[in-house]
Design a protein around this ligand. Structure first.
Ligand SMILES: Cc1cc2nc3c(=O)[nH]c(=O)nc-3n(C[C@H](O)[C@H](O)[C@H](O)COP(=O)(O)OP(=O)(O)OC[C@H]3O[C@@H](n4cnc5c(N)ncnc54)[C@H](O)[C@@H]3O)c2cc1C
Length: 288
């Protein structure tokens, strides 16, 4: 556990998270904002944006640069690290980020929406052999055979961690820029996963080329975690985090903003919700 108890942690560095961060800074909070390497891919993909007030026909990438410059000018540093788990323990939150933990009085989740199709059977085996976090669940697979499927090279840190625990790992990277020769017990397989099968627990990973891998566990690294995997016990509605008008979730002190709270998936909504969540988090922190 980190020594310091922070006022606030903001998880996600897209428009919603950045908007929350500038408001938290103006309100003089002691906070950290976490994001992955690139903040935010979605915004950079937008060819032209016509509906963001004051910036008619701006390219998504140009607006992204302006957002990042704003944050930099306010001396806000974005910590480049995925938050793997958020747990409420007594009155405070514990956030697990790789092998490091942080504690905070309040948290704003601004992680966007999950993209990409799930593997057939994936949902059925969550908690029964399918995991999204090697540093959280890896120790359960000591000396076992696992598969690790990564959809972003950032997942390779988790692969190295797992390689020290498991007897063998089948590594299936689904992205470019792949680590070579991680460890002798890691076998790289260039194939797409098709289906996860088993009984009570995972037993097999079936590949699109028809090959079958016998495994005890399957670790899947996507940049975006499903919200209920990121925050156990949080209420969701149609895959989105359920919030009220104050952007409060069912967990006291936990707020959510942006695409992760559901449609419309739009920039203006993300920025507005980031601000509202930050101001309500400030009120919550002051009250508690
Ligand atoms: C092609 C395209 C065109 C678009 N055009 C428009 C448009 O013209 N007008 C409009 O209003 N909207 C448009 N949008 C939608 C707009 O980009 C989104 O609504 C907006 O980016 C949502 O912001 P967000 O902060 O909620 O999420 P995101 O922008 O998705 O940001 C979330 C961030 O959180 C990070 N993250 C996720 N999980 C974690 C974790 N566990 N730990 C740390 N960091 C994490 C992600 O890496 C990401 O950087 C477009 C989207 C696309 C894809």
């Amino acid at each position: 556990m980190s020594e310091e108890l922070l006022d606030l942690v903001i998880v996600g560095c897209g428009p919603a998270g950045l908007s929350a961060a500038i408001n938290a800074k103006i309100r003089k909070q002691n906070f950290i904002i976490f994001g992955l390497d690139f903040c935010s891919p979605k915004l950079s993909w937008a060819p032209t944006i016509d509906n963001y007030l004051g910036f008619f026909k701006i390219k998504g990438e140009d607006l992204r640069q302006k957002f990042l410059k704003h944050v930099e000018d306010m001396e806000i540093e974005i910590k480049s690290q995925r938050v793997d788990k958020i747990l409420k323990i007594d009155k405070h939150f514990m956030l697990q980020c790789g092998e490091k933990n942080y504690s905070a009085k309040s948290v704003i989740v601004a992680t966007g929406v999950e993209s990409g199709k799930k593997i057939t059977g994936e949902k059925d085996f969550i908690g029964r052999g399918v995991s999204y976090c090697a540093t959280c669940d890896g120790p359960l697979y000591n000396d076992k055979v696992c598969a690790m499927i990564t959809y972003s090279s950032e997942g390779e840190e988790e692969l190295k961690f797992l390689a020290d625990i498991c007897s063998k790992i089948y590594y299936l990277p689904q992205h470019e820029k792949v680590l070579e020769n991680v460890s002798e017990n890691v076998e790289r397989i260039n194939a797409k996963p098709k289906e996860i099968k088993g009984g009570m627990m995972v037993e097999k990973l079936i590949l699109e080329d028809g090959k079958e891998l016998s495994v005890d566990g399957i670790f899947i690294y996507r940049p975006n975690l499903p919200p209920d995997q990121l925050v156990p016990g949080v209420e969701t509605e149609s895959k989105a985090l359920k919030v009220n008008r104050n952007l409060e979730t069912n967990i006291e002190g936990l707020f959510a903003a942006g695409d992760c709270t559901g449609a419309p998936y739009q920039l203006g909504k993300a920025v507005g919700e980031g601000q509202t969540a930050a101001l309500n988090a400030v009120k919550y922190i002051a009250k508690h």
